[in-house]
Design a protein around this ligand. Structure first.
Ligand code: FMN
Length: 180
């Protein structure tokens, strides 16, 4: 699969087969994420790869703000990857002052790019994934004993797809861009 095909055929997958993902495949996902561009190459994105069923069940029960939809996805996934970020590096000068008016925004910007690299790598390797933002960041941080200088940014469920949804509406080039 070439890069454009990978980008255009990746879908958010929310239903997974009951099949474990080999450790080397999980490591390949993180390796792909590590090649993402990053603000001044600060590389703030971090990952906690969870295959322990008890930990996954605890996050589904306590870490989704009562959102039954996301709880169901997490409980049905063989692996949950929690993305976190090292605080106050992306978008900041070495002395800790923000480099631009976007302030802390580049932390999420860089983590978004990193999550997309991981999602595309998953697709290329025959896996499906869903990035979840409706989660309780602090509760998940506590469940996984996240280091003090990091903040949870997203949870990404990964597995072999049970079914692949149809492509939802996307903008055409002319709806999305102006050429001047
Ligand atoms: C930052 C972010 C947060 C998201 N949060 C959730 C979520 O909490 N639950 C969920 O089911 N999907 C979530 N999604 C997946 C989107 O709903 C999905 O990407 C969108 O509907 C487009 O579908 P596609 O990825 O197949 O193109 C999220 C996606 C992103 C990028």
């Amino acid at each position: 699969m070439d890069a454009l095909e990978c980008i255009k055929t990746r879908r958010t997958v929310r239903k997974f087969k009951d099949e474990a993902i080999p450790q080397e495949t999980l490591r390949e996902l993180i390796s792909a994420a590590s090649f993402s561009p990053a603000w001044k190459n600060t590389r703030v994105a971090r990952y906690t790869v969870i295959t322990d069923r008890a930990a996954i069940a605890r996050i589904a029960a306590q870490g989704v703000l009562g959102n039954a939809h996301n709880a169901g996805i997490i409980n049905g996934a063989p692996c949950l990857i929690v993305q976190s970020a090292v605080n106050k590096l992306a978008g900041y000068e070495k002395d800790g002052t923000p480099s631009t008016v976007k302030g802390d925004g580049y932390t999420m910007y860089d983590c978004g790019i990193s999550a997309q690299s991981l999602s595309l790598a998953a697709h290329a390797l025959g896996l499906g994934s869903v990035i979840m933002g409706i989660i309780d960041y602090d509760t998940i941080a506590s469940i996984i004993a996240l280091p003090e200088d990091e903040t949870v940014t997203a949870a990404i469920a990964v597995g072999y797809p049970e079914s692949i949804p149809a492509c939802p509406p996307k903008y055409t080039v002319d709806e999305m861009a102006r050429f001047i």
